[in-house]
Design a protein around this ligand. Structure first.
Ligand code: HEM
Length: 247
């Protein structure tokens, strides 16, 4: 299960796999990868990892802010800020969706503790993106913002994606999981799949006007792989489930 900004681990995220890669079964086959995996999990559990990822995730923001202050963002700083924050929103969404496949394939289960932070950074950059647009493009004129959202379909799609992110960010804390119950919480957080697809459509629509699809194509492939991996796993689980015996 993937979340936008779910609890560090999400319900069951640190639950050991049925046959974890570091299990004795695997260990019997090959001791070295098991040791390497345990070592990497050990590093990931180091108390410095979360603050380090936090600082790294803030670097794009700091770089854009510095560019604006030092006037090094090129001839159109407003456009550079809107586009830069839009790019990082999509990148953090992709990074958040990478955690589950990566930890499943690699056995680096401690990665799960970074997922909530990555999801919340996607929301943070999404809010900066919206603010940059509302302020630098629209002069914080609410009427003009609403008219633009209604007039330009790609802006409407982006707005929908951002609105869908809000409840996920708001329920990303452990107390929200308890309050909602794991099943309802997981169902709500499945919205992240719709959000990333809306984000991609928003980007595609914007670039379609310029007939420039190269970058969008790269994101489309990455997102197809991330969602395809989940579909395959869901299919495998459904077909592996024992059928109820007929009468
Ligand atoms: C999850 C939400 C969103 C994502 C992932 C997203 C992502 C993006 C991306 C990747 C770009 C293109 C950047 C580039 O060209 O390098 C972009 C551009 C843009 N987005 Fe968003 N966006 C989101 C929400 C929004 C919202 C809520 C608005 C405004 C209400 C908005 C307005 C814009 C505008 C005005 C541009 C630039 C268009 C241009 O320069 O022609 N986006 N966005």
């Amino acid at each position: 299960m993937q979340t936008l900004g779910g609890p560090a681990a999400g319900p069951g995220a640190l639950r050991p796999a049925a046959n974890p890669p570091h299990s004795p079964q695997r260990a019997a086959g090959s001791a070295r990868p098991v040791n390497a995996m345990a070592r990497i999990n050990g590093w990931l559990l180091h108390p410095a990892v979360k603050p380090a990822v936090f600082v790294l995730a803030l670097l794009p923001f700091a770089s854009l802010l510095w560019g604006a202050v030092a006037d090094t963002l090129g001839p159109n700083p407003a456009e550079a800020l809107i586009r830069g924050t839009g790019d990082w929103t999509l990148r953090f969404l992709c990074l958040t969706l990478t955690v589950t496949p990566l930890r499943t394939v690699s056995g680096w289960h401690a990665l799960a503790r970074l997922r909530r932070m990555l999801g919340l950074f996607a929301f943070f950059y999404g809010c900066c993106h919206f603010l940059a647009f509302a302020w630098l493009d629209m002069g914080l004129d609410i009427g003009a913002i609403l008219r633009d959202i209604a007039k330009r379909p790609f802006i409407l799609v982006g707005t929908l994606a951002l609105l869908l992110m809000a409840p996920l960010a708001a329920t990303s804390f452990n107390r929200a999981v308890k309050a909602l119950g794991a099943a309802r919480w997981q169902a709500l957080h499945r919205a992240v799949y719709a959000i990333v697809l809306l984000g991609l459509l928003h980007f595609f629509w914007m670039r379609a006007g310029k007939n420039d699809f190269a970058e969008v194509g790269v994101y489309a492939v990455v997102i197809a792989l991330l969602l395809g991996w989940r579909l395959r796993r869901a299919w495998q689980r459904a077909t592996a489930r024992p059928r109820p015996s007929g009468k």
